[in-house]
Design a protein around this ligand. Structure first.
Ligand code: DGL
Length: 265
């Protein structure tokens, strides 16, 4: 029983790290679409084609469940994926609903960070208009953050400068929550935590996504325990250096120094 996760690049590793915490016995296949990363600045037609190409590749690897560990790909293709493939599929969307609910009592605003493509799609508008009755949600596209992340740019000074520039026109006292609506962004949670005023909470959809995955496995009669506890990495560009990068990035997220996962292109 193999669970597949994919993203344009290393962003979905933030979801995989959470899945490994919650479902440590399962076997995972992680696929990065290195031929087409980033998705968030491309056209929706292109990204749709990339998504089907990569999911076809994963199906050929014999996956039994799929996590679309990418908000952008989910926004574009989740409905069609569910029509085309008959396996349990979990998608992701910016955690706007819980953020709005958490903030209603405080009267503060919610700021959603995501890719330009996610924020421009009807699915996002539908999500916000269904939950944001008070008009408290603002959205900020951060395309450069995906590029920084792919380059493993975690220098605090560089990133602080970047965030401060992006946030310069916002009065942060007005905000109670920042939603990380792209799976690359949680790599910067610690840097953001130090930079942002302490009253601002930072939320992402990773724990919720893995909870939905576990529930779906249960529904399909697949036990949470049992399996080899392995992680296999692949990328569309068959690039061994990128496989190393994924291992490094996952180890970073898990706070481990030794990397024991098997590798494969
Ligand atoms: N990590 C992805 C997301 O959650 C895509 C980022 C990109 O490729 O632009 O939206």
């Amino acid at each position: 029983m193999q669970i597949g996760l994919f993203d344009s690049g290393i962003g979905g590793l933030t979801v995989l790290a959470e899945a490994l915490r919650r479902l440590p016995d399962k076997d995972f296949l992680y696929m990065a679409d290195t031929l087409h990363v980033p998705y968030g600045t491309k056209s929706k037609e292109d990204v749709r084609a990339f998504v089907f190409e990569i999911v076809d590749k994963m199906m050929n690897e014999g996956i039994d469940a799929l996590v679309v560990a990418c908000n952008t790909a989910t926004s574009i293709a989740i409905a069609e994926l569910r029509e085309r493939y008959s396996l349990p599929i979990v998608g992701m969307e910016p955690a706007v609903k819980p953020a709005v609910e958490m903030n209603l009592a405080t009267g503060k605003r919610v700021l959603v960070f995501a890719t330009p493509l996610t924020l421009s799609l009807p699915k996002y508008y539908a999500l916000v208009s269904s939950v944001d009755k008070m008009g408290i949600v603002d959205s900020l596209p951060l395309p450069e953050l995906v590029q920084y992340c792919e380059a493993l740019q975690f220098d605090k000074q560089v990133m602080n400068e970047y965030f401060l520039t992006k946030l310069s026109s916002y009065n942060l006292d007005d905000y109670g929550i920042i939603v990380l609506g792209c799976t690359h962004y949680p790599f910067y949670k610690d840097i953001l935590r130090e930079l942002l005023p302490p009253h601002i909470e930072i939320v992402d959809g990773n724990a919720g996504t893995v909870r939905r995955l576990a529930a779906l496995l249960n529904r399909y009669g697949i036990p949470e325990s049992g399996g080899g506890g392995s992680v296999r990495f692949m990328c569309s560009g068959n690039d061994p250096a990128y496989i190393d990068k994924m291992q490094t990035a996952l180890a970073m997220l898990r706070g481990t120094e030794t990397i024991s996962e098997s590798r494969s292109t």
